[in-house]
Every structure is written in structure tokens, then in C-alpha cells.
Design a protein around this ligand. Structure first.
Ligand code: HBI
Length: 98
């Protein structure tokens, strides 16, 4: 099982992730993605859904039209692990193409 990152290590990695922030009062990270329109947002979500399923690591997310608010944490580990970092990077990489 993925191991929860120490806060020092987590903060160091967070600095390298664009616009991702630690959630206040919860051991998770979050980012608000904004797309051109609903089709762009939802096609990206579909793409991520397939990646998430393959990773067996799933986002918490909330979509309104062109906005997607994403929260990532590893429930099994009770915090942020490298799985969250990996999925965050995948999200950033693919969002540029939508
Ligand atoms: N997704 N984000 C996240 N965190 C988990 O701990 C997790 C998951 N998807 C599936 C999963 N765990 C499975 O191991 C079962 O706990 C459902």
C-alpha cells in the first residue's frame, strides 16, 4: 500500500505542482481547473476517469459547466501519498490538451 507522505516531503513536492494547494483542515490536496466549456471539461474528466480506474486511485471532484474542483487523497493511507502526486501530474499534463 502507498505510504502517507511526511508533511515536510509533501510541502516540497507541492511547490513543484502548479496551483495545487493543501486542503485546509484535511490531509488532501486540491486544485480548481477551468476549461473552455462543458464539453472540454467533461471530456477531460472522462479521460481522467479511465486513468484513475487503471490506477485504482479515484478523484473527489465537483463539476459545474466549465469548472472542475478536484480533491486528491489516499483514503486507505489517511493522507497524501505518491499516488495523489502521480494523478495530479497526469491531470495537469492532460488538462493542457483539452
Ligand atoms: N481512491 N483516492 C483514492 N483513495 C483510495 O484509498 C482508494 C481509491 N480508489 C480505490 C481504492 N482506494 C481501493 O483500494 C478500495 O479502497 C476501494
Amino acid at each position: 500500500m502507498a505510504k502517507k507522505l511526511e508533511s515536510k516531503e509533501r510541502n516540497k513536492i507541492l511547490k513543484t505542482l502548479k496551483d495545487w494547494k493543501k486542503t485546509r483542515g484535511r490531509d488532501s490536496i486540491e486544485k480548481n481547473f477551468i476549461f473552455k466549456d462543458f464539453t472540454s471539461a467533461f471530456s477531460w474528466m472522462t479521460r481522467i476517469a479511465l486513468i484513475a480506474e487503471k490506477m485504482d486511485h479515484h478523484p473527489e471532484w465537483f463539476n459545474v459547466y466549465n469548472k472542475v474542483n478536484v480533491t486528491l487523497s489516499t483514503h486507505d493511507a489517511g493522507g497524501i501519498t505518491e499516488l495523489d502526486i502521480k494523478l495530479a501530474k497526469e491531470m495537469d499534463k492532460t488538462a493542457r490538451k483539452h
